[in-house]
Design a protein around this ligand. Structure first.
Ligand code: ATP
Ligand code: MG
Length: 455
């Protein structure tokens, strides 16, 4: 089942071999390292290729025609061969880390062992020489790959103190690789150290963690170490918050299951994780049972605050907050067409089906058997929404067969807010009856608009 492939060579693209050949032909060493070696040994096609060499950055720039000095300060140059980018980094032996995130100075080294020593985990510290097809693996990375064990290179406490982001990378790799944590490495997690790390670096690792096949169990491991509390205290508050008989899990575990159940798209994963984030603060119990009134509206605000704090883009934040805001939508398989059109208009064409995906994950995360007819209803509603979205139905004033200019002419009005109101009024009519969306019909309709008092 699990493969540590001897045929790593066969995975290597020609362009990457060419980069190594050029370096070697000029008297330098060249190794493949990092994720590329790790993933090809696992039988997975690597996403990108990293080459490490003793050639200094200036030399690398001069040896290749197409180069981008991506991270020249840290010795990294992107070499483009046959349109494929290959990251070439000079062997590094990092100096002292005083601030828990950046080495005081980056010194280049002439030996591969020093370079591997500064890397985070044993499975990321395997080098492969494509010329003699031999590995340099001083920390037993291939053995750990076989055992599916994630372990720090050297003393985990020291390594996390040097660069606290490694703690989060530890959980990211546990989830994406589906490995077991090495006990001492896990025990070395020191949550407060993460405060030294910029929000952007945390965001990038969290994003990769959320896109693992099932990030939920790793979130719970991270919670047990106290690190989750540092990064996302809002979701911890759902621990132990019960939700009544439909639900099997507390709010925290329900949210993690919902996240695991959505398609691996970052906006959906975040929306599923945060959809009930305001439940702990809105929970109340009365004779009818447990309620969380307004958790969707409050949840939208909390979502905005969390994603802004993590420096996600405004556009991304807005999208996820919208999904949280409307996740309680109340249309169903037998709602009228008119109700469905109004729903699509309210949430936007692009979000209606995403909300259906969140609903699917939410139902699965109840942790109870859902009846066949329950899923049938979900499917009918989804198909009906798809049909409405694909039709020429009108959802915004821009889709009307009439413009503001036409309204001005028909009503003999100057530009002003009344024109927008008239267009909104027409849109309401068209949502009720799409066949009205023709210019002559809309102009006719405007005659009756004139008669209604303007407010
Ligand atoms: P991915 O498949 O996600 O790209 P990767 O292992 O290539 O995984 P990168 O973040 O691209 O991860 O880093 C490349 C390599 O650089 C790692 O495999 C590791 O050897 C080293 N590395 C990256 N970040 C750190 C760090 N913070 N501390 C120590 N070594 C690191
Ligand atoms: Mg990489």
């Amino acid at each position: 089942m699990f493969l540590v492939s001897p045929n790593i060579y066969e995975y290597i693209p020609q362009a990457v071999l060419e980069v190594c050949d050029t370096l070697i032909a000029n008297g330098y060493q060249a190794y493949l390292v990092g994720g590329a070696v790790r993933d090809s040994l696992r039988g997975e096609a690597p996403k990108d290729w990293d080459v490490t060499t003793d050639a200094l950055p200036a030399k690398v720039l001069s040896l290749f025609r197409k180069t981008i000095p991506t991270g020249i300060k840290y010795g990294t140059i992107t070499v483009i061969v046959q349109g494929i980018p290959v990251e070439v980094t000079t062997f590094r032996a990092d100096g002292i880390y005083r601030d828990g995130r950046h080495p005081e100075n980056v010194s280049f080294s002439s030996n591969i062992e020093a370079d591997l020593q500064r890397r985070d985990f044993t499975v990321n510290a395997i080098a492969y020489n494509p010329q003699n097809r031999e590995f340099v693996d001083p920390y037993g990375g291939r053995r750990d790959l076989k055992r599916q064990l994630l372990r720090a290179v050297g003393d985990p406490k020291e390594r996390f103190a040097e660069d606290a982001l490694r703690m989060l990378r530890f959980f990211r790799f546990l989830a994406t690789l589906k490995f077991r944590p090495h006990r001492q490495t896990l025990e070395a997690i020191e949550p407060s150290l993460i405060r030294n790390i910029s929000a952007e670096r945390i965001r990038d690792e969290l994003s990769k963690l959320l896109l693992a096949e099932f990030p939920g169990p790793t979130f719970l491991t991270m919670h047990r170490t106290g690190l989750l509390e540092e990064i996302l205290p809002e979701i911890i508050r759902g621990e132990g918050v019960t939700q009544g008989s439909y639900h099997r899990f507390d709010v925290l575990r329900h949210s993690l299951h919902a996240m695991d159940n959505t398609l691996p798209c970052l906006d959906l994963r975040w929306a599923a994780l945060l959809h009930d984030v305001a439940k702990p603060m809105t929970r109340m119990e009365d004779a009818d049972g447990i309620h969380f009134y307004g958790h969707d509206v409050k949840g939208e605000k909390i979502t905005q605050a969390i994603l802004a704090r993590l420096r996600y883009s405004n556009q991304f934040t807005k999208k996820v907050a919208l999904l949280v805001r409307w996740h309680m939508f109340a249309i169903h398989a037998h709602s009228t067409d008119r109700a469905l059109r109004r729903f699509v208009r309210k949430v936007g064409k692009d979000n209606a089906l995403d909300l259906m995906e969140i609903r699917r994950a939410d139902i699965l995360a109840l942790g109870r058997q859902t009846t066949c007819s329950g899923w049938n209803h979900w499917q009918i509603l989804r198909d009906r929404l798809q049909e409405i979205i694909d039709s020429d139905a009108t959802f915004t004033v821009k889709d009307l067969a009439i413009s503001g200019r036409d309204v001005m002419a028909a009503l003999d009005l100057p530009p002003g807010p009344q024109i927008g109101s008239a267009l909104d009024w027409l849109l309401e009519k068209v949502l009720d009856d799409p066949s009205l969306n023709q210019k002559p019909k809309l102009i006719d309709l405007l005659q009756s608009y004139e008669k209604t008092p303007l407010v």
